[in-house]
Design a protein around this ligand. Structure first.
Ligand SMILES: [Zn+2]
Length: 53
């Protein structure tokens, strides 16, 4: 399962925790930060996590 440690982009208002997430994987390394940033989970990651992908 590609669930990973939480990360977020300083340009976005949500965080990601699934390596299959398209928007999450499109974050540029320069904008990528570890942790949730205190932001809610991305809807795509939520769905992928729920489906066990
Ligand atoms: Zn995501």
């Amino acid at each position: 399962m590609p669930k990973v440690a939480p990360f977020h982009s300083e340009k976005e208002s949500h965080h990601h925790d699934n390596s299959k997430c398209g928007p999450g994987s499109a974050i540029l390394p320069v904008n990528r930060r570890p942790g949730t940033g205190g932001k809610p989970l991305c809807k795509d990651c939520e769905r992928l996590d729920r489906e066990g992908k």
